[in-house]
Design a protein around this ligand. Structure first.
Ligand SMILES: [Fe+2]
Length: 171
């Protein structure tokens, strides 16, 4: 009789145990997302999503990121399907939000060997027509900290990635 072994990682959505002290496994799998702090309702804006930006994830047929999905609250919004070797697990979703208030966004990625990984965070949606100044300040949904972007976008958050925190100018 063959005993069936089920990998616990596939029975749950994996999340960071401690955002400010990520393990190597977490750094390889948690989606890293940058969103504007504020947006105006009904106006499109970009969300950058990347897996493995903090620590490169393997990208080969036997081990790779299969897809990345984006949700607002529990509602599915978008998905990118990936193949190994010739694509990278990163993309930009352009979305709009219609309801004013604090809105929760969630990104979920799936590794064929290590299962589902999720980060979540909030964006403040202001009334339609509000003039929103995108001042290059973005919230990192992986560590929950603000990432100040000056010039070229950093590949990773200064708090949970490789950039130096002292360069951060504050919220
Ligand atoms: Fe993996």
């Amino acid at each position: 009789m063959v005993e069936e072994v089920i990998d616990e990682q596939f029975l749950r959505i994996n999340r960071a145990a401690n955002l400010m002290n990520l393990t190597a496994l977490e750094k390889k799998h948690l989606p890293h997302i940058s969103i504007p702090v504020e947006v105006a309702a009904r106006e499109p804006f970009n969300i950058e999503v990347e897996v493995g930006g903090m620590l490169a994830h393997p990208n080969e047929p036997g081990h790779h990121i299969q897809w990345i999905e984006l949700y607002v609250e529990d509602v599915f919004l978008a998905r990118i399907d990936l193949t190994p070797q010739l694509t990278e697990p990163k993309t930009v979703f352009t979305i709009r939000l219609d309801n004013v208030g604090s809105v929760k966004l969630r990104a979920v990625s799936r590794c064929n060997l290590h299962g589902l990984w999720e980060v979540s965070g909030t964006v403040s949606v202001l009334p339609p027509g509000t003039s929103v100044v995108h001042d290059n300040k973005f919230a990192c949904l992986t560590c929950g900290q603000m990432t100040f972007v000056e010039g070229d976008n950093p590949e990773t958050c200064w708090f949970c990635g490789e950039h130096e925190a002292e360069n951060f100018s504050g919220c």
